[in-house]
Design a protein around this ligand. Sequence first.
Ligand code: ADP
Ligand code: MG
Length: 319
Amino acid sequence: MPLGEFELISRYFTRPARRAVLGVGDDCAVLAPVPGTQWCVSSDMLVEGRHFLSTVSPQRLGHKALAVNLSDLAACGAEPLAFTLAMALPRADEAFLAGFAEGLWALADKHGIDLVGGDTTAGPLNICITVFGTVPAGQALLRSGARVGDELWVSGTLGDARAALECFRGTLALAGDAFEQLRLAMELPQPRVALGIALRGIASSAIDISDGLLGDLGHIMKRSAVGARVDIDAVPRSALLAALPPAVQQMCLLHGGDDYELLFTAAPAHRDAVRAAARDAGVAVSCIGRIESGQQLRVLDGAGRVLDESAAGFDHFKT
Ligand code: ADP
Ligand code: MG
């Protein structure tokens, strides 16, 4: 007896709401805005073959689908509150659903947020989550606030997810342990929610790195009408990445994608406040460059030479 749509929803995706007024089961979910706050809302869709490989475990897919959305809230300094889940499934495969739900709920529980609704349909595997978060009015971190002279910061390390993808593609060969470690970065990204919240009032602009450092920095530059300088030697990398050939490292660090670290700017006077925020959030941060006048993006090597790097990130319709 195949699992029906409503049974599927009630078995895997229905839990009592903790913070929403009304969750799954009616025509709409009901959320109560807290006076003095604003909503931050974001959607991200995951399509098999484009955003994840068929080799990913259902647990990790459930995690990643929510993680990439929480990462957008983190970039705005928002506190996550609730999310919706719209999915197309080729079939009601209970092993897949149980694993997917396990990974999804584990991350939802970690952030204390409610799954309040969604849509379920048959079709090629496709997952779309919409997250709802709040910020005190006027305090959302935006791409548009970078000022000339601000320092450029990044959380965590970059490039591991891209290195893992290259292993899957067969252009890079690594020992089993090393591959599994890189694969964690690709399949289990950790959204920097606490850091984003801690950076309110300190960072002048922020974005999460989903399409590669230079491409996402380009978004800050464009929205803020500024240029930037990146010191490649200062870009943080794992020991595994640092052991790869320099050209591979550089490509993974600058154009990687799927990092889900925060890239943000702050006035030099806020340097200590940035470090304190990172300490409180339990995340490492590194200063990797500066915001400059003009619209140019320059990547400098250790000797201060300008590298020839285009600002192009990942564009789904160009590549
Ligand atoms: P409607 O026909 O009114 O759009 P549906 O029959 O699609 O409602 O869904 C019934 C209820 O289940 C709604 O509350 C909807 O938000 C919820 N829902 C549907 N799919 C999911 C899902 N994958 N995860 C969580 N809630 C879901
Ligand atoms: Mg519906």
